[in-house]
Design a protein around this ligand. Structure first.
Ligand SMILES: Cc1ncc(COP(=O)(O)O)c(C=O)c1O
Length: 410
């Protein structure tokens, strides 16, 4: 038998500027190395309670039910779909990218009768098409993605939310790439099931999925004709652990929840409005820099997602070679396109701790150099100048540097 390789492996340091995970604040790293404690330890139960107090303002809700599901963003997605759909229910799914289609696939597995509104990747869903469908027949639920990470589109929600109210239809909203970076208004929009992830704008490691259900959704789940098809994701069972009863449901990860709590504290210390403004400013600065380099964005300005930027790959540039170069020479990790946009775009994430002026000022020269090595010339001076003009013109805070100064007691 071959000897086992017992060499220890250390993760390399990276600068994470892709679709997620993103960089994590030093305080969150520290919290992630907290001692492991039991899932019923009274001290740990207080951590879960605090998470349930700090999440609702991010979701823009007064919902009683808000906490973090075990598992990644897909776990929250499946929890919403599995709890709110029964076999034969009529569901309208809006698909304008990879993740809209994932919701469709999950709804299909619940035995729903599905109508899909499909849009080109890079465009938002047109509310008029939603209205046309709602006029034709009654639907129990509309499911859609707020921030489509595969395309870099921010879906305007107001009109669709209004239509859902008018036609008395529930809404499930995917906020995996927006919660904690962009304002979410679960109560105002009338969202019934909303989910996200821990590893993007929230700024923690992957493994938890913040989720909330409206009171009307909770009532509806109680009155289901059939049990929720997934035991693990049945919210009425998990709720007994999150709530006063404290009934064992699963071995909740104290490691991840301590990390999440620290990330949520950082968000509230920064202040939600300041945080949203920081994400927007850094996005605008990135776009200014990229365009001044001579590159193009995929999405029209009106629908660009501030947290995830899709930059078109110029003709003749080898995507894989370029991203490997950035990773190996600059430790810089940006995302490639996938699905229909594979090889066509780069996905540059500016979320949470990674949404910083430092990252912008690193990214622009690095990509310019990587392109130059493939014979594609950009105007680096113009690119940097555009970023700087946008940053100082907008009074941007140099977040990471300020935090380093604070940590050093300056
Ligand atoms: C919009 C969107 N929805 C759902 C998911 C799935 O989340 P996860 O990979 O954490 O399971 C992602 C992942 O990037 C996403 O971007």
């Amino acid at each position: 038998m071959e000897a086992l390789n017992l060499q220890r492996q250390e993760a390399p340091l990276r600068r994470l500027m892709g679709p997620g995970p993103l960089d994590v604040h030093p305080r969150v790293y520290k919290a992630l190395s907290s001692p492991v404690i039991g899932y019923l330890d009274p001290v740990y139960l207080k951590v879960l309670d605090r998470i349930s107090e700090l999440l609702p303002p991010l979701f823009g809700t007064q919902n009683r039910l808000a906490n973090a599901m075990p598992g990644t963003g897909s776990s929250g997605m499946e929890a919403c779909v599995a709890n709110l759909i029964e076999p034969g229910d009529r569901i309208l799914v809006c698909v304008a990218g990879f993740f809209g289609d994932r919701i469709r696939q999950m709804a299909e597995r619940q035995g729903a009768e599905i109508t899909v509104i499909e849009e080109d990747w890079g465009k938002p869903i047109d509310p008029a098409r939603v209205e046309a469908e709602l006029k034709q027949g009654s639907y129990k639920l509309i499911a859609l993605v707020h921030a489509e990470t595969s395309t870099g589109v921010l879906q305007p929600i107001d009109d669709i939310a209004q239509l859902a109210k008018q036609y008395d239809t529930m809404i499930v909203l995917d906020t995996v790439s927006s919660l904690g970076g962009i304002e979410i208004k679960v109560d105002e929009w009338g969202i019934d099931g909303c989910f996200s992830c821990s590893q993007k704008c929230i700024g923690c490691a992957a493994g938890l999925s913040p989720i909330t259900f409206s009171d009307r959704a909770v009532e509806m789940i109680k009155k289901r004709k059939t049990p929720v098809s997934s035991w693990y994701l049945d919210i009425s069972l998990i709720e007994k652990y999150w709530g006063n009863e404290r009934v064992y449901h699963h071995t909740s990860s104290s490691t991840l929840n301590y990390g999440l709590l620290e990330a949520l504290l950082l968000i509230h210390e920064e202040g939600l409005n300041k945080r949203f403004a920081r994400h927007l400013k850094n996005h605008k600065a990135l776009v200014a820099g990229v365009e001044a380099l001579g590159l193009k964005m995929l999405v029209d300005q009106a629908y660009r997602l501030p947290t995830l930027n899709t930059v078109m790959i110029p003709q003749g540039v080898d995507d894989i070679k370029l991203r490997r170069y950035l990773l190996e020479k600059f430790r810089l990790d940006i995302g490639g396109g996938f699905g229909r946009l594979k090889g066509k775009v780069w996905r540059v994430g500016l979320m949470g701790y990674s949404s910083s002026a430092d990252n912008l000022l690193f990214f622009i020269p690095a990509i310019s150099r990587a392109l130059a090595l493939q014979g594609y010339r950009t105007d680096l001076a113009a690119g940097l100048d555009a970023v700087l003009a946008e940053l100082d013109g907008n009074g941007n805070e140099f977040t990471a540097l300020q935090e380093k100064a604070a940590a050093a007691g300056a």
